[in-house]
Design a protein around this ligand. Sequence first.
Ligand code: PLP
Length: 358
Amino acid sequence: MVPRLRPVLAGLPGYVPGRRPSAGQDYARLASNETPFAPLPSVAAAAAAAVGEGHRYPDPQAVLLVEAIAAFHGVEPEQVAVGCGSVALVQQLLAATADQGDEVVYAWRSFEAYPVLTRLAGAAPVEVPLQDEALDLDALAEAVTDRTRLVLLCSPNNPTGPALAADRVRGFLDEVRPDVLVVLDEAYAEFVTDPAAVDGRAFLDRPNVAVLRTFSKAYGLAGLRVGYSLSSPAVTAALRQVQLPFSVSVVAQATAVASLAAQSELATRVLAVTEERARVRAELLSLGFDVPDAQGNFVWLPLRAAALEAAAVFEEHGVLVRPFAGDGVRATIGTPAENDRLLDGARALSLSSAGAGR
Ligand SMILES: *Cc1c(COP(=O)(O)O)cnc(C)c1O
């Protein structure tokens, strides 16, 4: 006799993380949208100092970090909630809005955590197909029903790359019932270069909008786990109610504060990534691949049935990418040398059968 578990667990799609190399393997790690840059010296020093406080619980309110984030974005501290990565904020948003059977609308394919966390919350996922590898806001608005409590919009969309246009998001928000919480998951906001792209902060005067940001991507703290939301005080208070106590560690809080203080170094690193992104995408297009607009730190190859086979070709060229069976391959922008390896793989692919679907 095994303990009785919730039936939802048996049907849950597992979160498939990007592949990691085994010890001693020299792979370019382009599978998880991490930055290739190690933490800045100032950030590493803050981490070391925080470890000295490791016998104390972290500040459960993360006051210093919340105030630093609020000051950085020009909002009130009552509008900022922090969490163990912004994926924790997605879970908190679900816990705060969705009861059993309530509907959660999101595009698919999008961030892999959405279906898992939605089902785990007992809510009903409503998945709206992408159009030309981008979110289809008209179809998303049409998918909202009386049962909808939450809409998750990922911009730039992971894994496909395009960002939502600000004017289209405004129209969407005007159309959607104001008691439906609309989340703009902007994990890659710092990499966005399209001036027409949405910046969710422009909509924070609307009580039903929440913006998610993270220190995991551009800031390079994926291993330290800290993300945050910006939202109305009422939504922020609800997010704090449902958070797991002490889930943002002393080291995470301290490194996030130190990272916010290093904006010029951040800008240099982001520029290095976006310049490489332009080079890689242009090269892939010239090889004949169909690469959608890339506004994050990754490019998307919609290879459909050839996705897994293509990932194996990249691996032969020393590159770990993230395949999604039947849909495509996502490759993170790494160092120039890593990106060169990726392009070598793409050249080989363009000559092989797996590349024929391009
Ligand atoms: C990476 C990512 C996140 C969050 O990652 P955390 O490490 O949990 O902060 C959230 N949304 C999207 C779309 C992402 O790609």
